[in-house]
Design a protein around this ligand. Structure first.
Ligand code: MCN
Length: 744
């Protein structure tokens, strides 16, 4: 990507970090604005009928507030919705039932504890396979004969268990009203840690029946979202509504336990899958029957099976696929989006299928993959589930990964350890993945303006919450204008300062938001070129950008006009905006290899290596891209080995804090060996695909595969995640499968 003298492709240090480290950019709970506190009274039973709620000073119920049902927001189907506060019934532990306002957080908590909610308990369901209420079904692909040409068919059940987003900063909102409750005029200012300020603005305007321009959303520093802060939460709507009603600033900050109970959990799929192949390992087809746990109210997660279907053939030439998926209601927290959102659920299963097939045919796991990978392509390729892969070189990623990791040597060491009956058995897992990025609307907003002093302001419709957009977007504008990135201010995350945008999720921000800035900056550079040509009486084609100086005739540095001078000469501001529309999604891909050691006496798993070759096309900032690889890998490994949101059979939650829910620290991981290949996408001017979710899609199946591989001598072919020492030990000592696999 980088040309000589280009700033693109360079690891510019994150300019946002200094302020974050010294508290220069506050989080919502640190804003020094006087506000009363809001605390929610929540259901402590999984399912039941509300008989009564004791009121009292500062206590409000659904009846008092009368807020319309909240929609999960696009792209979820329009019939998805939930009441802001429970009405009639409660659906899960943590379901907000009433809200309390008091002068301090301590007082609000005390009062909330004194509210008596009488509930007649109903049976709670946590097992999606026992649930009967279906809220969504993807359009099925009916191909009953998908496996007809197979010599061998492997059938298995894959459980992709629920995990919690667990961002470091819990949820919250600060609402400052300046609205006349009598006539509804005025404005409401909201500080919300969110990925999507414009969608929060829209939802709150709808629920409060205010005009959209009466709502001003500002996103303060946000301590991670991971997909879960992609839409407004009921507590944010209620707090906003109450602040208008009471005419005073209100602050709601969630506790860690509330966050664990309430913030959209993820994955939660049970998949019954069959893969069929010829005796030489060539796959002929797959059949999928998916049950998605939607939780108590259908939210984004109920709809994400759409992506699982789209990605159901992975990186492979699978000519026939039969697919159906239904989303069912249980008495658990609503299922939401979490890093990967629907795609890890496909990749993990396709990779498991490849491993099971290899085991069934007695083939090497890499060899069976090699035989089935889609050929290198720079033109789009359509899969049987309707995904249109933009560009890819899957074999190159896999061959590079196995080469770098020393696959053959590792297999030899594994054989040696097996031969000598080593207490520590080696496991090697290789997983190819492909995922879809640039999700949601295929467009986003960017603008560039050069001021009189030659400084530049860039506006962006996406909203960074850890990804480092301040840095990459300055690089992109700098590249086009030749103005040092330190003179470029990037503004986002404020609905008053930025006219429109769709937010940050689905690894869309660079390819859509970044391309919008690239195009807007190119337009400004053109304006300046034109102006310089007129002023210098030169041909516009002869005008060149002099980095750090301005524009002048190519080869004649003494003609250079500084940006200040150009701004002075311009009759209109040097400015442009762009709603860049990519028109299609992009498909980054890669290969992850995990090497683990299983202690056969304890079942403990030790990671020895984790290596990846990710391909997200051109990279603007390798430092940031690598940071994303690291974060994603950590979350991906954590799902395979530790994290699980556990509910008991009656839907009582068991993992409600970081004592029970095993969120890892950096100390738990081996070093990550991150590599990248570069297959640019033709879809945008940067040639860039997303990297934000690569790790959660690729790392999980590699680690799962590695642990199962270590257990092969014990007759284990499959084991459900998370692969805790107890589960590993039981599978090993039982001498069989920790899950359900059969072949015919
Ligand atoms: N980048 C790059 N070259 C590429 C692709 C990306 O230099 N070819 C850079 C981008 O400029 C950006 C970063 O890498 O600074 C991520 O870009 P992108 O892949 O476009 O992803 P988004 O910015 O849209 O971020 C969303 C993605 C998602 S969907 C989740 S979930 C996630 C993630 O990012 N949540 C995160 N990473 C996170 N990182 C942090 N710290 N916190 C979260 O909540």
């Amino acid at each position: 990507m980088a040309t000589a003298g280009s700033i693109l492709g360079h690891s510019v240090l994150r300019r946002e970090d200094a302020a974050l480290l010294v508290g220069g950019r506050p989080y919502v709970d640190d804003l020094e604005i006087e506000a009363r506190s809001v605390v929610f009274v929540r259901s402590d039973v999984p399912h039941g009928r509300i008989i009564s709620i004791s009121g009292g000073e500062g206590v409000y119920t659904a009846e008092d507030l009368n807020i319309p049902d909240m929609l999960a927001g696009p792209p979820a189907p329009s019939h998805f919705g939930r009441p802001a506060l429970a009405t009639g019934t409660v659906g899960y532990v943590g379901d907000p039932v009433a809200v309390v306002v008091a002068d301090s957080l301590a007082e609000a908590r005390d009062r909330a504890e004194r509210v008596i909610v009488e509930i007649e308990e109903l049976p709670g369901i946590s097992d999606p396979m026992a649930a009967t209420e279906v809220v969504f079904e993807v359009d099925p692909i009916d191909d009953p004969g998908a496996l007809d040409d197979a010599d061998v068919v492997v059938s298995f059940r894959y459980v992709n268990h629920k995990i919690a987003p667990a961002p470091m900063e819990t949820n919250g909102i600060l609402a400052i009203p300046n609205v006349d409750a009598a006539n509804g005029r005025g404005r409401l200012r909201l500080w919300v840690p969110t990925q999507c300020p414009f969608s929060v603005q829209q939802t709150i305007a709808d629920c409060l029946e205010l005009d959209i321009d009466q709502i001003h959303v500002v996103v303060p520093a946000t301590g991670g979202g991971f997909g879960a802060k992609g839409h407004a939460y009921v507590e944010q709507v209620v707090t906003a509504a109450l602040s208008v009603r009471l005419g005073e600033p209100l602050l709601w900050i969630e506790s860690r336990t509330e966050n664990m109970l309430h913030m959209g959990h993820a994955r939660g799929q049970v998949q019954d899958v069959q893969i069929g192949a010829r005796a030489d390992g060539t796959v002929v087809g797959m059949k999928w029957s998916v049950t998605q746990d939607a939780g108590a109210y259908p939210d984004i997660g109920a709809w994400l099976t759409f992506y699982t279907k789209m990605m159901a053939s992975g990186t492979y030439r699978i000519p026939r696929i039969d697919f159906r998926a239904r989303s069912v209601v249980t008495n658990t927290a609503p299922t939401g989006a979490l890093r990967g959102a629907g795609r890890p659920e496909a990749a993990a299963t396709v990779e498991r299928a490849m491993d099971l097939l290899a085991a069934e045919l007695g083939m090497d796991a890499v060899e069976v993959r090699r035989r089935n990978l889609i050929e290198t392509h720079s033109d789009p390729v359509e899969t049987p589930t309707g995904a249109v892969y933009d560009s890819g070189d899957y074999l190159a990623a896999m061959e590079r990964a196995v080469e770098l990791v020393g696959y053959e040597e590792l297999r030899a060491e594994q054989a040696e350890r097996r031969r000598r009956g080593d207490r520590y058995q080696l496991g090697i897992g290789v997983a190819n993945y492909i995922e879809v990025t640039g999700n949601g609307p295929s467009n986003d907003f960017g603008s560039v303006e050069v001021h009189d002093d030659g400084a530049v302001t860039v506006l962006s419709g996406v909203s960074s919450h850890g990804q480092g957009h301040q840095t990459t977007y300055a690089q992109i504008a700098s590249e086009q204008l030749g103005i040092g990135w330190e003179h470029i201010t990037v503004v986002q995350s404020d609905t008053d300062l930025v006219p429109r945008g769709n937010g940050t999720y689905g690894s869309r921000s660079l390819q859509l938001g970044g391309s919008a800035i690239d195009r807007a900056a190119a337009a400004v550079a053109d304006q300046a070129r034109q102006l310089a040509a007129e002023h210098l009486e030169a041909n516009v084609d002869d005008i060149a950008v002099y980095h750090g100086e301005g524009l002048g005739v190519a080869g004649s540095p003494d003609t250079v006009l500084s940006w200040q001078r150009l701004a002075e000469l311009a009759s209109e501001p040097l400015a442009a905006e762009c709603d860049f529309d990519q028109g299609a999604r992009s498909y980054p891909f890669g290969t992850h290899v995990a090497v683990v050691e299983v202690d056969t006496e304890t079942g403990g798993v030790r990671q020895l290596r984790h290596l990846c070759v990710d391909d997200c096309g051109n990279v603007i900032n390798p430092l940031l891209a690598e940071g994303q690889q690291h974060g994603g890998i950590a979350q991906g490994i954590a799902q395979a080995l530790w994290e699980e949101m556990v509910y008991d059979a009656g839907a009582g939650p068991r993992t409600t804090n970081f004592g029970d829910y095993l969120i890892p620290s950096a100390a738990e991981f081996c070093d990550f060996e991150t590599h990248r290949n570069n297959t640019p996408t033709p879809l945008n001017p940067l040639g860039a695909k997303g990297i934000g979710e690569a790790g959660t899609v690729g790392a999980t199946p590699a680690v799962q595969s590695a642990v199962i591989d270590a257990l092969a001598p014990y007759g284990v072919r499959h084991l459900d995640m998370p692969m805790t020492p107890e589960k590993v030990w039981r599978a090993m000592t039982a001498g069989g499968n920790g899950g359900s696999v059969s072949a015919d």
